[in-house]
Write a protein that binds this ligand. Sequence first.
Ligand code: MG
Ligand code: ZN
Length: 355
Amino acid sequence: MKNICLLTIFFIVSICFQPLSAEKKPRNVIFLIGDGMGIAQIYAGMVANGNSLQLERCTYSGFSKTYSANNFTTDSGAGGTALACGIKTKNGMIGMSPDSVSVQSILELSEKNKLSTGIVVACAVTHATPASYIAHQVNRDMYEEIAADYLKTDIDVFIGGGRKYFEDRTDGRNLTAELKAKNYQVAYGLNEMKAVRTGKLAGLLYEDQNPGMPERGSMLPDATSTAIELLSTNKKGFFLMVEGSQIDWAGHDNNSLQVIKEMLDFDQTIGRALDFAVKDGNTLVIVTADHETGGMTILDGKFSSDTMKALFSTKNHSGVPVPVFAFGPGAVNFSGFMENTSFKGKIEKLLNLKK
Ligand code: MG
Ligand code: ZN
């Protein structure tokens, strides 16, 4: 009898407490994309940084298959669209299916569900990767159309370069003035950006593309901290996409030293996101890439030194899967092999978003 009682108590206790820890869901998602970041780019940064990265704090890892709807090797338009909208499309397209139908992104769906939303990038905010989260255009080069698409949304924070696509336009519209009319605070420099502590923010920090490292300084990690501070006041939660945009450009240049500089800048940014997630306890951090760039490999190196024997097999992107890392509630869902189209659905479910 005593044994049966103990067994019953044990049974009740286990059903009461187990599901709580097993099914804890995030309130916020920070999705970090290292454009062109494969295993070799990560390891180059890790070796140069004395065999350590912030990224190692992530507790789950997997691989994402990057092929597009019409190509074994994706570009950043189709790659970004897969991550943002959950569909494979043709290379060069932004937020649209192969037959040119607009598809809602996870950022737009988050906004519809009253979460706060943000984009922070180390390139023009009109470039392919950020555009995939906010715009719907048949071609990634339509920068002025992509800039105008920002006005069709209610995104709370976006920070990067590309001011000229908002102000110096062929259609004569001044999108900065239109943003101000929609209650955005517009920042043209880092200090102006940092002074914004509440409300909506459009950080158009550079005329066109952001400079590379080291000229860019702490723009990317600092803009990420600003975005988190502004977005995290929403008790319903937030979705923030952050891109280390220029790991890709260094890969196209087959420049391993620049790959390391951009990788370490992105890693500092990942550290900012993880610091917040640790403190907050309700934030899922996901780190991945849209594709690998350069077909990079490392044959020799020395820890704490940026001189290494790195080889590149192409000036373009390669077709290999890219790594995925995750930390926080729901992170377990991002382990093993996955399609690049699977992120949207998983995040949608974890944030309990309604269509
Ligand atoms: Mg990009
Ligand atoms: Zn590229």
